[in-house]
Design a protein around this ligand. Structure first.
Ligand SMILES: C[S@@+](CC[C@H](N)C(=O)[O-])C[C@H]1O[C@@H](n2cnc3c(N)ncnc32)[C@H](O)[C@@H]1O
Length: 187
């Protein structure tokens, strides 16, 4: 079976990340990606996670406490558009994960938005080191999702091919707005 877009993003990150890396989860949600990244970078590395919802941060804190996770996770209840205020060194980050849309099992009206997602993506590009990856899982079946999807696609398409490689991966014969993956690699 072919990998789902989400599984494929994990395969790419597994093969690229190593113990000690600094990584960012730009949309913590229920903490799945935060915990996934934590396992790869281990205690010597660091995961910085951001989400605007207290519910997401609280659920993830609880998982960190209960699931034997390395303690090298720093969670911020703040928008990823504020990434530039966190004093992260430019070109120091090995990967940034985005998972667009709403919090599963949460308030479906709180969604990631084109404007703030684009600010966060632009900042992420400055933080990324050479060889670093930005993964963006694009869920767009909800109200507002289509607009964000189009804005993000336009932005990543516009990136210079001398500086970045951009990949799109997803199934094209599925109904109902199937999620897809975008990956930016800094050359
Ligand atoms: C699809 S969910 C993330 C799922 C998560 N990766 C997981 O593993 O469960 C999207 C998350 O983005 C969060 N979000 C929305 N706007 C945001 C913003 N401006 N900055 C950071 N997080 C935001 C939502 O609160 C929601 O938890």
């Amino acid at each position: 079976m072919l990998y789902s877009p989400l599984t494929y993003s994990h395969k790419l990150l597994e093969s690229r990340l190593k113990e000690g890396d600094l990584v960012i989860d730009a949309t913590v949600g229920n903490g799945n990606d935060t915990l996934f990244l934590n396992k790869l970078v281990k205690a010597a590395g660091k995961v910085i996670g951001l989400d605007i919802q207290a519910e997401a941060i609280d659920r993830t804190r609880e998982r960190i406490k209960n699931e034997g996770v390395y303690e090298s996770v720093e969670l911020h209840q703040t928008g990823h558009e504020q990434l530039g205020t966190l004093n992260i060194n430019p070109e120091s980050v090995a990967a940034v994960m985005f998972n667009l849309g709403y919090l599963p099992r949460g308030d479906k009206s709180v969604i990631t938005l084109e404007h703030t997602t684009l600010i966060a993506l632009k900042t992420s590009l400055t933080l990324l080191k050479t060889g670093g990856l930005i993964t963006i899982m694009v869920y767009y079946g909800h109200p507002g999702g289509e607009e964000e999807k189009n804005g993000v696609i336009d932005f990543v398409r516009s990136l210079s091919q001398k500086e970045y490689q951009v990949l799109q991966y997803g199934f094209i014969n599925q109904k109902n707005a199937p999620p897809f993956l975008l990956v930016i690699e800094k050359l």
